[in-house]
Design a protein around this ligand. Structure first.
Ligand code: AMO
Length: 437
């Protein structure tokens, strides 16, 4: 009985010398004299099949790229190929013949030169490229590791609604939707719900899509992205959140090193290693950028993208790591739920951003937990208390000091894989001009 194998599974090496069956797609094909080399790709990897006899050779010649095939043959050890083994094909069956693909995905040099716009238009094909696929293998592993770490810390996963009546992050960047005869919004963040859930589970997390109606058409903004959120109670200050976040990052990086060795090597990317990450107060960061790089931020009192890049460069030089926590953001730059440093220091907050290789990947901080204080802030920020009744209830009925963070999955993937554009880290990006495919 022939053995059915997945190409990158352990069984490849264990089955040298056996007759195997491989199901997959025709990745590439070349002929040299009377021998053909057919590379088959499945969901795990690729393997070369050597074809040297008719009628198999004839079938091979008639195959278009991406056709779905079944190859049966003897698996033999072969030092010169990446997988260390190849198949001496005995039979090739074409299950589904494919139309000629619009882009060539098998030659990395040519593929790299294709415009991102074309890759996104032909997403069903471009995602099949091995390097592109590796990005999303890594992304999936990030989500898994995020969940594993927080599960191990006693967090409970939640699923909050995406159709909402109350905005969370302020600003006008919300998508309005017609909800029967009413008006509703697509959520900008699970913020208010994850806070409510503190009263239930004490420690919660969510992996879910969020929506931002920003007009930005940049290499770091999407209109729909996946937010990795965590929130927990009984904290002393934002430092507890920073410690948890830092341990989470370590866990993700170590986990990727182990689970995605093949993908990281394929993409030729290295992950940061650290024991403790630096923290720099926002106003100090602005001065550092000014003094060290002679750069004046275009956003007064804040870091613009160039300043974020420079402060990471500074962190790399000074602390040996391209990751840094920027703390003490002013009240007027943060949403209404953010905890001020203290009554005496009410202009600065216990919130932070995390910059990684020049880009913000996370925002977090301690939240206001006092009923009167949060009510006052809602009014101070110009919102109606009535719209927040369901949220305010959790404070009325006892809320501990708490806080958390939200991390953009695509931004983290982009920075880990060192990609130029966030769209390359998104399966089917939604941006200012793109809602298909
Ligand atoms: P914030 O609005 O800063 O904070 O978002 C958190 C993180 O989400 C990512 N992000 C984006 N990614 C892609 N496209 C966008 N348009 C986009 N906007 C934001 C970034 C950012 O750091 N509720 C708070 C989080 C918290 O305090 O818990 C929030 O949503 O990586």
């Amino acid at each position: 009985m022939p053995f059915k194998i997945n190409l990158l599974s352990q069984s490849l090496h264990n089955n040298v010398g056996k007759i195997v069956i491989v199901h997959g797609w025709v990745h590439s094909y070349r002929k040299m004299g009377g021998i053909a080399f057919l590379v088959v790709r499945d969901g795990f990897g690729t393997i070369q099949a050597v074809v040297d006899s008719t009628p198999t050779l004839e079938i091979c010649e008639s195959l278009t790229r991406e056709s779905v095939v079944t190859v049966t043959g003897l698996l033999v050890a072969q030092k010169n190929v990446a997988q260390g083994a190849e198949i001496q094909a005995q039979s090739i069956e074409c299950i589904v013949a494919a139309e000629p693909p619009p882009i060539e995905i098998d030659r990395e040099k040519t593929f790299r030169k294709i415009d991102l716009d074309i890759l996104l238009k032909n997403r069903a094909m471009s995602l099949r490229n091995l390097n592109v696929r590796a990005i999303f293998k890594i992304q999936t592993a990030i989500c898994k590791l995020f969940r594993d770490f927080l599960d191990s810390q006693g967090f409970t996963e939640i699923h909050s609604p995406k159709i909402v009546k109350m905005g969370a992050e302020g600003g006008s960047e919300v998508f309005k939707i017609k909800y029967f005869d009413d008006l509703a919004y697509l959520t900008q963040s699970p913020q208010l719900y994850k806070q409510i859930m503190i009263g239930v589970f004490e420690k919660v997390y969510e992996v879910g899509h969020v929506y931002r109606a920003e007009e930005h058409n940049t290499s770091r903004h999407l209109n729909e992205y996946v937010s990795l959120d965590a929130e927990f109670g009984f904290i002393e200050s934002e430092q507890d959140i920073i410690v948890l976040h830092q341990e989470l990052l370590k866990y993700i990086f170590d986990g990727l090193q182990e689970r995605c060795k093949f993908e990281l090597e394929l993409l030729r990317v290295e992950l940061p290693r650290f024991t403790e990450l630096p923290q720099i107060k926002l106003y100090d960061a602005i001065s550092i950028v000014n003094n060290e790089f002679n750069y004046v931020c275009t956003k007064p009192g804040d870091l613009d993208p160039e300043a974020e890049r420079l402060i990471c460069k500074y962190a790399k030089k000074r602390y040996g790591v391209e990751l840094v926590y920027i703390t003490r953001y002013p009240v007027n730059k943060r949403p209404f739920y953010t905890m001020p440093v203290s009554l005496e220091d009410s202009q600065l907050t216990r919130s932070f951003d995390v910059l990684f290789r020049g880009l913000e990947i996370t925002t977090g901080g301690q939240r206001i937990h006092d009923y009167q204080q949060i009510k006052n802030n809602i009014t101070k920020f110009g919102y109606s208390e009535d719209d927040f009744q369901g949220y305010l209830d959790c404070f009325r009925f006892g809320m501990p000091p708490h806080g958390g963070f939200g991390m953009g999955l695509e931004r983290l993937t982009k920075q880990i894989c060192q990609l130029d554009n966030i769209r390359s880290a998104t399966l089917f990006p939604r941006d200012r001009n793109r809602i298909v495919p």
